[in-house]
Design a protein around this ligand. Structure first.
Ligand code: ATP
Ligand code: MG
Length: 559
């Protein structure tokens, strides 16, 4: 029998297998949802979940909802709702319906009363501390609350008064009546509602009782008739509770499936920690390009295609693992290599004077825009007697196999002439401040009339024509592979990388004067860059998206 594969040729992942099997058994509908809590900006882990949920719906001709899991009013905000919608759309997905768990508060309340009437829920007056102590342990059963056997009438009365706002925060809760000795601690009479006199970003002050995640989530899935409710692995112990509510309420049977969450090296991913980075001012905001958020990756120059490709390469695992950040970088490099126009920019410049080139003369040199894409065409770059090259393209005492500029040595200026270094001019500290070179007038346009070849080709910009810009060179925000591993220190903040952002002055070719915010380029021999929104008319700011060197293929090749 031939192996079932996706369009891309890979075998089906376990979720696709489950769905394909269900379809073979006659299931006609696939409906997923992406359910963020609007309490922060989405990160690359969420991107994985988005690609998975929307991707499955697309693949099987189904639908995917966007549902805001907004049951925790103290931490949620419309700013987050708006950013989440922007990020999902930017990734290339459109939801079938936009829903809010808070839209279901009435229905959830009615169902809670149903459970009370069925003797399956009760109001508990114990304090939080008392409830914690009476829960028991993994090896010891819990003790039933003294309020566990209240009459249905009393429970209904108290629950309605909870809703009416008669009681202060923390004074009472509604609990499901399941089993205080259940081996799964989550089924020892879990909380369904707590009292919170807090304004909600959508329902205002209408409610002062709010449903707990476990009660709200499955019921929201059921209301939307979700067929495959996909969540991360840590929720597998919640699944029996998910099923219990649906069964006892006798409502549409949504099912929960768990996959391994995405973890990345050199970053933290929990929204709580990301919020801490923002609030403490360690980063400049949720979209600081060093953050693992979708908005930060976008600002840094990542494309939606590269993130979707990354999600596909990571695959869908059933066991937790950590993905090398190099894979994410590999994906954006691959995409930008195809699409990003090449430009010349010199960071850390060294002046070169071409002594035998006439003063006052200038010419233009034809440069290829993208060797990977013939349709991208060519552009004219001005050239004159003085150019800047990168400081590390010259060495006074070079090691073997250094093919760039050396005293007496030759290189070709990219697409231009061959030059020879005649003299390195130094300042009082012995630092090289200028190179005096001569050029071979017959070697223009990247090839020599006499067929002469040199090994080194370096990039350059004309000193007279170039424009000054700012280059923001990013490295990982943390210097430790797993910043959450805090055994040898106090918190993840002890592992911050002091050189996660290095700002450099640079000189770029004049064609970049008209570059617009978000535009993506390859600076030849340097890396991929994009124009930051901090750019002003008199100063363009470039973010380094990723360097050119690929560490990932090497790592992958060794495996
Ligand atoms: P965090 O722990 O970062 O706050 P969360 O799980 O609380 O994340 P939600 O807004 O509840 O954040 O997540 C929305 C959806 O995204 C959930 O279905 C969740 O399982 C999924 N998700 C969150 N983090 C990851 C991750 N690292 N990898 C894959 N999916 C994730
Ligand atoms: Mg969550």
């Amino acid at each position: 029998m031939s192996e079932v594969t996706t369009g891309g040729g890979r075998p089906l992942n376990f979720l696709e297998e489950i769905i394909s099997e269900a379809i073979a058994q006659g299931q006609t509908r696939v409906h997923t949802r992406f359910p963020p809590e609007p309490n922060g900006y989405l990160h690359i882990g969420h991107a994985k979940s988005i690609c998975l949920n929307f991707g499955l719906a697309k693949k099987y001709g189904g639908k995917c909802n966007l549902r805001f899991d907004d049951t925790n009013p103290t931490k949620e905000d419309v700013e987050y709702v708006d950013s989440i919608k922007e990020d999902v759309r930017w990734l290339g997905f459109e939801w079938a319906g936009e829903y809010y768990a808070s839209d279901y508060f009435n229905q959830l309340y009615e169902w809670a009363e149903d459970l009370i009437r069925k003797g399956l829920a009760y109001v508990d007056d114990q304090s939080q501390e008392e409830m914690r102590l009476s829960r028991g342990t993994v090896t010891m059963p819990g003790t039933p609350s003294p309020w566990r056997d209240r009459s249905v009438e009393e429970n209904l009365d108290l629950f309605r008064r909870m809703k009416a706002g008669e009681f202060p925060n923390g004074s009472r809760v509604l609990r499901a009546k399941i089993d205080m000795a259940h081996p799964n601690m989550l089924l020892r009479d879990p909380l369904m509602y707590r009292i919170l006199h807090t304004e909600h970003h959508r329902t205002g002050n209408k409610w002062c009782i709010y449903p707990m995640y476990d009660y709200a989530h499955g019921e929201s899935d059921s209301i939307e008739r979700i067929t495959h409710s996909i969540c991360t692995l840590e929720f597998d112990v919640h699944r029996p509770l998910y099923d219990w509510f649906i069964e006892k309420l006798n409502i549409f049977p949504s099912h929960q499936y768990e996959f391994a969450r995405l973890n990345l090296t050199y970053t933290v991913m929990s929204k709580r920690k990301l919020l801490q980075l923002v609030e403490s001012g360690i980063v400049a905001g949720w979209d600081d390009p060093r953050m693992p958020t979708i908005s930060a990756l976008r600002r840094k120059g990542y494309t939606p295609e590269s993130i979707r490709a990354f999600a596909e390469k990571v695959g869908v695992a059933k066991r937790d693992n950590v993905i090398d950040i190099g894979l994410l970088e590999f994906c954006v490099r691959e995409d930008l290599n195809r699409t990003a126009p090449r430009r010349m920019a010199v960071i850390d410049p060294l002046k070169v004077v071409i002594t035998n080139y006439p003063e006052g003369k200038s010419e233009t040199i034809e440069c290829i825009n993208n060797p990977e894409d013939e349709a991208a065409g060519v552009r004219q770059v001005p050239f004159a007697r003085e150019v800047f090259i990168s400081r590390d393209d010259f060495m006074e005492n070079p090691p073997k196999k250094y093919y760039r500029l050396t005293p007496g040595g030759e290189v070709r200026l990219r697409y231009g002439y061959i030059i020879r270094c005649d003299e390195a001019v130094k300042n009082a500290d012995g630092e090289v401040v200028e190179l005096r070179c001569s050029y071979d007038a017959g070697s223009g346009h990247g090839s020599s009339s006499d067929g002469r070849k040199v090994k080194g080709i370096i990039h350059w910009v004309s000193a007279k024509h170039c424009i000054e810009a700012e280059a923001r060179l990013y490295d990982t925000l943390f210097s430790k592979e797993n910043p959450d591993d805090v055994e040898d220190s106090k918190t993840f903040l002890d592992h911050l990388n002091p050189s996660s952002l290095v700002v450099k002055k640079c000189f770029v070719e004049p064609s970049l004067a008209s570059a617009s915010v978000g535009e993506k380029l390859q600076f030849e021999r340097v890396g991929y860059f994009c124009v930051d929104r901090d750019s002003a008319a008199d100063k363009i700011v470039f973010n380094r998206t990723v360097g050119l060197k690929d560490s990932w293929s090497k790592i992958a090749g060794q495996q």
